[in-house]
Design a protein around this ligand. Structure first.
Ligand code: NAP
Length: 260
């Protein structure tokens, strides 16, 4: 299926590794020119080079912390007027909510709620004018099914979800869509780090922990970043203009409900 994206431009945030990287690859394969961001310049440049080599796409890098004003400005300056915005950032740390400080809460809200809102605010009027825009926020399955140890994520991302629910309906008539993609367990550095912490507490290895998680999923596996990237690219397709304001779980069916 041709997603009708040849010649489009995208800003993909937090894309040197993991899910963001996979989304960048998937869009590049569809002929989209990219700006990708991350803090670590070395991995970011390596990813940019890998995407260019595999797809021939134009890829520029915007090194910096996307949760800061300076990082956002750098990414937006490099991206110009993107047709596609993928918001993403590192997830907050796990822990007991009693131990989180005010500063940690503010950092989580900044990273996982206010940063995507600031980026959407910056690009949305241009998308409306051009009558094409696709925005996908990478959030988490924890929005629908809260994970007790990830209270920072549960709380901050719920705020973003509420915001998107309203604004997505406001801009849809201009062929600008906003949707949230909610990953369950995907095999990335983030999953490995979380598994490592849980495994240590339970006296297991990280691999054993990941295996246990995979076994408890209806698919009996964890997701691959590539399948996440392809699903995200589909939401950005020219043909996806009628998918509006959705919170789409990609979790192998882990969320157990007759209706989502
Ligand atoms: P990952 O493999 O650790 O990759 C994170 C990427 O984001 C890296 O490229 C990292 O590069 C970049 N990044 C992190 N903080 C950044 C910042 N402040 N500014 C710019 N770039 C930043 O993580 P992932 O698994 O892809 O997760 C992506 C998002 O999905 C996270 O919010 C995570 O909580 C959420 N999620 C993941 C899963 C899963 O199973 N993987 C499940 C649910 C939710 P630098 O470190 O160099 O900046």
């Amino acid at each position: 299926m041709d997603l009708g994206l040849h010649g489009r431009t995208a800003l993909v945030c937090a894309a040197s590794k993991g899910l963001g990287r996979a989304v960048a690859f998937a869009l590049a394969r569809e002929g989209v020119s990219l700006v990708i961001s991350a803090r670590g310049a070395e991995a970011l440049n390596a990813t940019a080079e890998a995407i260019r080599a595999e797809t021939g796409a134009r890829v520029r890098v915007a090194p910096g912390d996307i949760t800061t004003e300076a990082g956002q400005e750098a990414a937006l300056a490099a991206a110009g007027e993107p047709d596609i915005l993928i918001t993403n950032a590192g997830g907050p740390p796990p822990g007991d909510f009693r131990d989180f400080t005010q500063a940690q809460w503010l950092a989580a809200v900044q990273a996982n709620m206010l940063t995507p809102i600031a980026l959407m605010r910056a690009v949305i009027d241009g998308m409306i004018e051009r009558r094409f825009g696709r925005i996908v926020n990478i959030t988490s399955a924890s929005v629908k099914s809260p994970i007790p140890s990830l209270s920072l994520s549960n709380g901050a991302r719920a705020g973003l979800t509420g915001f998107v629910g309203g604004v997505a309906r406001e801009v849809a008539r201009h062929n600008v869509t906003i949707n949230n993609l909610l990953p369950g367990p995907f095999l990335t550095d983030r999953l490995r780090a979380n598994a490592q912490a849980a495994a240590q507490a339970a006296g297991r290895t990280a691999d054993e922990e990941i295996f246990r998680r995979a076994q408890s999923n209806p698919t009996q596996r964890v997701g691959t970043p590539e399948e996440f990237g392809d699903a995200c690219a589909f939401l950005c397709a020219a043909q996806s203009g009628y998918i509006v304001g959705q919170n789409i779980l990609i979790d192998g069916g882990a969320f157990n409900a007759s209706f989502n």
